[in-house]
Design a protein around this ligand. Structure first.
Ligand SMILES: Cc1cc2nc3c(=O)[nH]c(=O)nc-3n(C[C@H](O)[C@H](O)[C@H](O)COP(=O)(O)O)c2cc1C
Length: 267
C-alpha cells in the first residue's frame, strides 16, 4: 500500500517537473523569438509594399531599397498635413508606429460617424503612416497608402500605391484578411491584382470613382476601362468591401485632403 502511494507521488512529481520545464521552455522560446518575429513581420510588410510598388524582384535587397528610396512619413488625417515633427505629436519612432494600435486608443483616434463609415471601420487613427517613394533624382515617384475595410468576414488590410500624378494606380496588395480562399480570398490572386495598375482613382471633378464591377468591366466602355476593375466571381460582398475601402481611404475622410495638398505643392 505504502509502496503504491510512493509510486503515485513519484508520478506526480515527474509530471509537475515536466510541466514546469515545458512551460519555462515555451515561455523562453516566445521571449527569445519575439525580436525575430517582429523583424520578419517588418520584412514581410516591406516586401509586400515593394511588390505593390513594382520595385520587388529577384536579388532586390528590401531593407536597402527602403533605406535609400522610401521616406516613411505620418499624415495627420484631420488636416491632411504631413507631420514635420513626429516627436511633437507623441510619436517617437515613425517606423514602429502602429496605426492599428492607435486606432483602438480613444486618445489617439476618433469615431467615424456611421453615415460616413462606408468601409465599416468604426474608428480611425489621427495619424496614418505613408510611404513616399523617390526616384533617382529625388522627386516623388509613388505614394504608398495603407488602406483597410470590411469584406464579408473580416477587415482587410493592405496598401494601395499611386503614381506621381496621385491618381493612377501602380499596384495594390492585401497583407491581412480573413476572406474565404478561392472566393473573397482571390484578392490575393496576382492575376486579379494585375488588373489594377493604370486605373485612375478620381474623375476629372476629383471624385473617387474607381470600383469593382460585378460581372467584370465592359471593355468597350472607356470609363470602365479607365477606372474600374473586374469584381471577384462569387464574392460580391468582398468585392464591394474593396470598392468601399478605396472610396473611404482615397476620399475626404481618408487621404483625399493629403493627396490634394501634395498635388498643390507640385508633387
Ligand atoms: C462558405 C462560404 C464562404 C463564402 N465566402 C465568401 C467570401 O469570402 N466573400 C464573398 O464575397 N462571398 C463569399 N461567399 C458568398 C456570399 O455569401 C455571397 O453569396 C456572394 O458574395 C455573392 O456574390 P456573387 O453575387 O458574385 O455570387 C461565401 C459563401 C459561402 C457559402
Amino acid at each position: 500500500m505504502s509502496a503504491n502511494k510512493e509510486s503515485i507521488g513519484r508520478v506526480f512529481t515527474v509530471a509537475i517537473v515536466l510541466c514546469v520545464v515545458s512551460a519555462l521552455f515555451v515561455a523562453g522560446s516566445v521571449v527569445l523569438l519575439r525580436p525575430d518575429q517582429a523583424a520578419n513581420k517588418l520584412l514581410d510588410t516591406q516586401t509586400n509594399i515593394l511588390t505593390a510598388a513594382g520595385l520587388y524582384g529577384d536579388g532586390v535587397n528590401v531593407s536597402e531599397v527602403f533605406e535609400q528610396r522610401i521616406d516613411i512619413r505620418l499624415v495627420d488625417l484631420r488636416s491632411g498635413e504631413l507631420v514635420s515633427d513626429p516627436a511633437a505629436v507623441g510619436i517617437a519612432d515613425v517606423v514602429t508606429y502602429d496605426q492599428g494600435v492607435a486606432t483602438k486608443d480613444p486618445a489617439r483616434s476618433e469615431a467615424i460617424p456611421a453615415e460616413r463609415d462606408i468601409a465599416k471601420l468604426k474608428r480611425k487613427a489621427h495619424f496614418a503612416k505613408v510611404y513616399l517613394i523617390k526616384g533617382n533624382d529625388g522627386a516623388l515617384e509613388k505614394v504608398v497608402l495603407p488602406v483597410s475595410g470590411y469584406g464579408l468576414w473580416s477587415t482587410m488590410y493592405g496598401y494601395l500605391v499611386l503614381g506621381a500624378d496621385l491618381n493612377t494606380v501602380v499596384g495594390i496588395t492585401f497583407t491581412e484578411h480573413g476572406e474565404t480562399p478561392g472566393l473573397g480570398g482571390e484578392i490575393d490572386n496576382p492575376k486579379w491584382k494585375a488588373l489594377w495598375p493604370g486605373k485612375k482613382i478620381y474623375d476629372d471633378a476629383g471624385n473617387v470613382v474607381a470600383h469593382l464591377k460585378k460581372g467584370g468591366i465592359n471593355k468597350e466602355d472607356p470609363l470602365d476601362v479607365a477606372h474600374n476593375v473586374d469584381g471577384l466571381a462569387g464574392a460580391t460582398l468582398t468585392s464591394d468591401g474593396v470598392s468601399h475601402l478605396v472610396k473611404f481611404w482615397l476620399g475626404d475622410d481618408g487621404f483625399g485632403p493629403f493627396l490634394k495638398k501634395l498635388k498643390a505643392q507640385g508633387a
